[in-house]
Design a protein around this ligand. Structure first.
Ligand code: ADP
Length: 337
């Protein structure tokens, strides 16, 4: 598909080059012929005033004949020169156009490939819980002696799968709304921290993990409260999910001259150096997250976190040591209001 688009674009660029070069060649031809005619005329005048030629009656017709011959020869040479240079321009222009067309289409192709990968990953993730639900329901329907308790368990399990599907579709929807900028408002960081901690409390309590909030002073800035709360929930949720029970997670914030720096530090399983560059990619999950004690997730959390940070013109980065823990750092520009 992109090969034929590249060729079409090359053809288009080449047509533009040919049109420009023909336009200049035609003009150049007329200018050169006019110059040649003037030169021949001046030469004729010069010959006519020579003392030896004055009074020669055959001279005008001789000169006219000679002028015609030279003009025809001159025109032929100009045309040949122009054709040669035009051919060179077309050959070089063709090669240049091809490379230019490839460069023009490269980002489009990358975006297209990413879209295809995203759709394939999304359908795969959607299919898994649907297939699980379908199998469970089919088996239950075939079971003539299905008890009330078994039916209740089945419905409960289906409900869990549905909750996962809802989560996944919400994540997908949010990523699809990439271009929508959240409305900006005055945000109090204490409030954001409080809401985020409240939302991860259940998970932290279940794993006996204590989350320390190190925010000492009130920080106010311009941003979107809802999405910033979601950002912290994603980072805290990961810190808790990928940490052993009973460990510590620390949420820190400080404001430098022009930026607000938020860190979420855990003492969990850590991220391998090879995985670090990819953790913000959609659907990327390090192998450790899929291993024996499978941790729930679709690999969308950090992509959404990155999207939120970017919509606030900030940056997000991760540092980690396997077996020792990870620190996720968010830097947001501070626009005082
Ligand atoms: P998931 O739903 O899998 O948690 P994320 O996009 O939030 O998806 O994270 C991507 C991957 O990055 C995770 O699968 C995990 O392998 C790794 N990861 C993210 N945060 C942490 C962390 N705090 N500790 C260890 N690994 C992490």
């Amino acid at each position: 598909m992109f090969q034929s688009a590249t060729l079409k674009l090359t053809g288009l660029y080449l047509m533009i080059i040919v049109a420009i070069s023909v336009f200049f060649s035609v003009n150049l031809y007329h200018i050169s012929v006019r110059g040649l005619e003037n030169g021949l005329q001046q030469q004729e005048v010069f010959i006519r005033i020579q003392p030896g030629f004055q009074g020669n009656l055959d001279l005008p017709s001789l000169l006219a004949e000679q002028r015609e011959t030279r003009l025809t020869e001159g025109k032929r040479q100009i045309v040949a020169e122009l054709i040669r240079s035009d051919l060179l321009i077309i050959i070089l222009g063709g090669i240049g156009s091809y490379f230019l067309a490839r460069r023009t289409l490269q980002p489009v192709q990358a975006a297209h490939d990413a879209q295809v990968r995203f759709t394939a990953d999304a359908s795969h993730e959607l299919r898994t819980p649907i297939a699980a639900m379908q199998t469970e329901i089919e088996v239950a329907l075939r079971d003539q002696k299905l008890t009330q308790k078994e039916a209740t368990n089945l419905l409960r399990s289906n409900l869990e799968e549905l909750a996962k599907l809802t989560n996944l579709s919400q994540g997908l929807l949010q990523l699809a709304r990439d271009n929508e900028k959240p409305p900006l408002e005055l945000v109090r960081l204490n409030g954001v921290f409080k809401q985020a901690l409240e939302r991860v409390k259940k998970l932290a309590t279940a794993k006996k993990i204590i989350v320390y909030d190190n925010l000492k002073k009130e920080i106010k800035f311009t941003g979107n409260e809802t999405s910033l709360t979601q950002l912290l929930v994603i980072l805290l949720d990961n810190a808790i999910k990928y940490s052993p029970g009973g460990s510590r997670v620390t949420l820190n914030a400080r404001s430098a001259t022009k930026e607000l720096i938020i860190t979420v530090k855990d003492h969990g399983i850590g991220i391998k150096a090879a995985d670090l560059p990819h953790i913000f990619d959609r659907f990327y999950r390090a192998d450790s997250s899929r291993s024996k004690e499978r941790v729930e997730g679709y690999g969308l959390g950090l992509s959404i976190a990155k999207q939120i940070v970017q919509s606030h013109r900030g940056t997000i980065a991760a540092k980690s040591n396997v077996g020792q823990g990870s620190t996720l750092t968010v830097k947001l520009p501070l626009t005082k209001s």
